[in-house]
Design a protein around this ligand. Structure first.
Ligand code: UD1
Ligand code: CA
Length: 451
């Protein structure tokens, strides 16, 4: 199979009206990645290039396809006249003569590369068509696979099927693979003589039989072909994928105390011996290195967690948070676009954005950087071994040198030199007995008002 070329035609021209969304269906996400991206990733992993068939005005879909697979060809199906009609929108790509031509729906994101490879293997074994079959719990709406022994004779759409044919348990999952050399001769014979007046891709099987070509069924589990038409199905599919991702993480050595409460992205990556406590959300683009511990109720998004770091509980790592080794980020600490160098600590109630926190430094409770003046974001640079006292405000742009101290409650507006101490706050003044006098005055006032 290694030397066979493969073109996957991904059908994504559907309107997705049942999603009740302004967003095209295939751009909805599960595990932080679009449905289309999941399908294209599987195509790439199975060794294929892609031609994506989109509807009119689907620039966003085309852009997503190119983002995921820069070499993807885009074809527009301007009228929705059926699945075979959609495939033929990519006729020029098919005519380039790949050995294997796969047809995949853009809304079946759980398709696995190994399933695509099994279909390709059937073509390598001499079949002209391989159809992906499955046994749905409820076959309503699916095409039925009419078999004669191991050979597939026809696919009957439910609406066109006889009562006997409707009893067939094995259904068409929607994925089909064609031997490249017979793909166009078969597809071009498909007509629209059926109840829906559509060009049915499924008619390819009977046509191949009539041409004395062999069609076979590759059976798979229902999840592989799970299609998404509604928001409820989107959520169900998300749940299935989360299960897969959690199992894969645990198989790779991650400790998940309560796996069902941890939400992962398709691209979340973990080193060895990472522990994740209950109720943690990993947005896209997160990498966690060896021996790090992510404690409960933390939310991470496009962030890097270094070896042995401790994050949370209740930590928020936003895009561009880069934590070095053995960093501690504690409760109610928010980090954005900031490098936290090895061994630095911000343990309580802090905001660090557009900044560097030098190795071994300590960022006190309630301290913040003031990085935004309402117009522009500014940087804060804190050197190695610095100590930022509790409730300090560092007004960016500003720097604190290596080993410097910032006193508690200071509002720092000028750079602090290395090893210096900055105190920028009003001195405490004591007025003896002032509180007691104020209370007495207030009491007298009330008495007067009551008279
Ligand atoms: C299709 C199969 C059916 C199978 C089922 C599995 C046909 C005729 N029937 O039925 O045997 O059991 O899938 O889910 O193929 N599309 C286009 N352009 C079109 C029509 C469809 O791009 O003109 C796309 C849709 O966006 C969708 C896919 O093709 O992603 C399938 O179309 P759909 O109308 O949902 O086919 P089904 O009736 O479900
Ligand atoms: Ca469908």
């Amino acid at each position: 199979m290694a030397d066979r070329t493969c073109l996957a035609i991904v059908l994504a021209a559907g309107e997705g009206t049942r999603m009740r969304s302004a967003r095209p269906k295939v751009l909805h996400e599960i595990a932080s990645r679009s449905l289309l991206a999941h399908v294209l990733d599987a195509v790439r992993a199975a060794g294929g290039t892609a031609a994506v068939v989109v509807g009119p005005d689907a620039d966003a879909v085309a852009a997503e396809a190119r983002r995921v697979l820069p070499g993807a060809d885009i074809f527009v199906q301007s009228e929705r006249l059926g699945t075979a009609h959609a495939v033929l929108a990519a006729k020029t790509a098919i005519a380039r003569g790949a050995d294997d031509v796969l047809v995949i729906y853009g809304d079946t994101p759980l398709i696995r590369p190994q399933t695509l490879r099994r279909m390709r293997d059937a073509l390598a074994g001499g079949a002209a068509i391989a159809v992906l079959g499955f046994r749905p719990q409820d076959p309503a709406g699916y095409g039925r696979l009419v078999l004669d022994g191991a050979e597939l004779v026809a696919i009957r759409e439910e609406i066109d099927a006889s009562a006997a044919e409707r009893l067939i348990a094995v259904c068409n999952g929607g994925l089909m693979a064609f031997a490249g050399k017979s793909a166009l001769p078969i597809l071009e014979k498909i007509d629209r003589n059926n109840r829906k007046s559509e060009f049915y891709l499924t008619d390819a099987v009977a046509i191949a039989r009539a041409m004395k070509l062999r069609a076979v069924v590759i059976e798979t589990e229902e999840d592989d072909v799970r299609g998404i038409n509604t928001k409820a199905q989107l959520a169900e599919t998300e749940a299935v994928l989360q299960q897969r991702l959690r199992k894969a993480a645990m198989a790779a050595g991650v400790t998940l105390v309560a796996p069902e409460t941890v939400f992962l992205s398709a691209d979340t990556t973990f080193g060895r011996d990472v522990s994740v406590e209950p109720v943690v959300v990993f947005g896209p683009g997160v990498m966690v290195e060896d021996n790090a511990v992510i404690r409960s109720f933390s939310h991470l998004d496009r962030a890097h967690v270094g070896k042995g770091a401790l994050v949370g509980p209740y930590a928020r790592l936003r895009p561009g948070a880069r934590l070095g080794a053995d960093v501690h980020i504690g409760n109610f600490v928010e980090i954005k676009e900031a490098v936290i160098e090895d061994g630095a600590k911000a343990n309580h109630l802090a905001y660090i954005g557009d900044a560097r926190l030098g190795a071994g430094s300590n960022f006190g409770a309630g301290a913040i950087v003031c990085n935004y003046d309402g117009v522009t974001k500014h940087r804060t640079d804190i050197g190695k071994g610095a100590f930022i006292g509790s409730n300090a405000s560092l007004v960016a742009p500003v720097s604190v040198g290596d080993g410097a101290y910032v006193a508690t409650g200071s509002v720092i507006t000028h750079d602090v030199p290395a090893d210096g101490l900055a105190i920028a706050r009003e001195r405490q003044v004591i007025k003896e007995n002032r509180a007691a006098r104020l209370k007495a005055l207030k009491g007298a006032g009330k008495k007067k008002a009551a008279e």
